[in-house]
Design a protein around this ligand. Sequence first.
Ligand SMILES: NC(=O)c1ccc[n+]([C@@H]2O[C@H](COP(=O)([O-])OP(=O)(O)OC[C@H]3O[C@@H](n4cnc5c(N)ncnc54)[C@H](OP(=O)(O)O)[C@@H]3O)[C@@H](O)[C@H]2O)c1
Length: 300
Amino acid sequence: MPDKAYVITGPTSGFGRRTARELARHGTVVLVGRDAAKLDAARKGIEARGGKAVPVVCDLSDLTSVRHAAARIIELGLPIAGVLNNAGIFPNRPGRNALGWDIAYATNHLGPFVFTETLVPHLADGTQVVFVVSAVEDPERKPATMAGFRGARYISAEASARGEWQPGGSKLAGADAYATSKQCNLATVLAFARETPRLRFNAIEPGFAPGTNLGRDANRFLRLLSKYVLSPLAPLIKYWTNPRTAARMIARVLTNTSDATGIYYDEKGRPMRGSAQVHDPAFNARVVAETRALLETVPA
Ligand SMILES: NC(=O)c1ccc[n+]([C@@H]2O[C@H](COP(=O)([O-])OP(=O)(O)OC[C@H]3O[C@@H](n4cnc5c(N)ncnc54)[C@H](OP(=O)(O)O)[C@@H]3O)[C@@H](O)[C@H]2O)c1
């Protein structure tokens, strides 16, 4: 086993569960999730296949929990070669975290942002830091608009935390919060790649996977149809995937030792373009600056 470690958030379901198993072939996997029992099951699954895994409990919607988890990971002193920010939610009704902030924005953007910023000073030069994002941030993305998305609706980090999105958004419940939070992930990657050239910051659009638990709020019939009928067929359909196929591609990007940074990969692992807005350096720097300013309002 090479002397390397990979940190992954959301290893208890969907893309993350499969990717954690792939990563275990390359080194020790640090499993970061909110549910201790599920983390333990994931650890046992990896160990049963001869891999090594260390669970770390972390609720990404809770900044205190995020800071503790990052500190615990630093304490472990493992030779971290890659960090995968994979965990995410797409709730179909508005919710709030303990600070009263929009739950999707807090879980998908603010938590992973704090997690990454806390780890960064402790990461060795060349470490890969990858975010699993989503092409629904782009208002020009055909399959996303056909599904009812209207792209990211960013006003400011503060407005997003309040659950306010630019008018004219989607009629799909939860879509504006989700698309905006995922655009903030991509903006973070592009800005961090410029700010910290000693590390690699890259993003992945994994493809649409009907069989994961992301749509856990959908009705039971739709969930069963997605998991057992659509998911096995998904890799045959353009822009679609399933956890097995996506995990191989995600692990390939995370274990890649090339110097490429600031790259946005599609579901086949090829470079792609995001929205015109997210590629504007002034915009992605503004997202990062506003996120930091918002987070400074919360006592550490
Ligand atoms: N599925 C798609 O079509 C699709 C497309 C593009 C991008 N993505 C992105 O892919 C990533 C993975 O999604 P998925 O489809 O694999 O969904 P999933 O099956 O629901 O997995 C999500 C993971 O995130 C974890 N998680 C949720 N809330 C958390 C919190 N507060 N703290 C810590 N962990 C938390 C979940 O933990 P529990 O097991 O405890 O719930 C689970 O391990 C997400 O970032 C999503 O936005 C998905």
